[in-house]
Design a binder for this molecule. Structure first.
Ligand code: PEP
Length: 247
């Protein structure tokens, strides 16, 4: 089965009502490649606004969700609240949440399990720091993040993996096509060995880290790169060029 190319836009903690409406209008007006799945992730406060304004072909993702059904968890958002608002995706395991918000592999895996078991698809992020890359530990770090996920997940059909080297996020330093392809291929091999060949063949593996309209085309030609998770450039009109980079 061919893997549908996927482009996610992570707005992070950016935007206002008017700037986010403008981004959505721009995407609504654009001719987006229909063979690409596009999902945008605004800050929680604007999820409903975006869901109401974006054309239906565009999916909407939250940037976090909690791993309990409801209750006394001040500041958190539940899976059922996302579904109630028409939000079918969430980004989990982003390096900013792992490092700044101290989310452990265990927390990320537990949230991923709860979301996927309750009908929300997950853009699950992994990636190494510069120090880990320079120490030759990239594949080891990613395998250990994947192992923590495997310990809690049995159904991989609602997971899209995003490989995001931390040193490339928001830095303008994009991984070379060879660096990205090498890690993507090793993630696929890990899935084949540790989960199943079917999951390895079907799981989309996105690259994230300073993707722009300038570098997306070359990256998209690599055989194991099935799309992108885009931060900064998703706030700009050129996001449309990234979505359409295969066309
Ligand atoms: C991200 O936050 O997921 C990301 C990849 O950011 P940027 O594209 O800005 O590097």
């Amino acid at each position: 089965m061919a893997r549908k190319f996927f482009v996610g836009g992570n707005f992070k903690m950016n935007g206002t009502i008017s700037s986010i409406k403008e981004i959505v209008e721009n995407l609504n007006k654009a001719q987006l490649d229909s063979s690409v799945e596009t999902v945008i992730a605004p800050p929680a406060l604007y999820l409903l606004l975006v869901r109401e304004h974006a054309k239906k072909e565009i999916g909407v993702a939250a940037q976090n969700v909690y791993d309990k059904p409801n209750g006394a968890f001040t500041g958190e958002i539940s899976v059922s609240q996302l579904k109630d608002s028409g939000i079918n995706w969430v980004i989990l395991g982003h390096s900013e949440r792992r490092t700044i918000l101290a989310e452990s592999d265990q927390t990320v895996s537990s949230k991923t399990k709860f979301a996927t078991e309750n009908g929300i698809s997950v853009i699950w992020c992994c990636g190494e720091s510069l120090e880990q890359r320079e120490a030759g530990k990239t594949l080891e770090v990613i395998a250990s993040q994947l192992s923590a996920l495997k310990a809690q997940i049995s159904d991989w059909s609602k997971i899209v993996v995003a490989y995001e080297p931390i040193w490339a996020i928001g830095t303008g330093k994009v991984a070379t096509t060879e660096q990205a392809q090498e890690v993507h291929a090793s993630i696929r091999e890990w899935l084949a060995k540790e989960v199943s060949q079917a999951v390895a063949d079907e799981t989309r593996i996105l690259y994230g880290g300073s993707v722009s309209e300038k570098n997306c085309k070359d990256l998209s030609k690599e055989k194991d790169i099935d799309g992108f998770l885009v931060g900064g450039a998703s706030l700009k009109p050129a996001f449309v060029d990234i979505i359409n980079c295969k066309a």
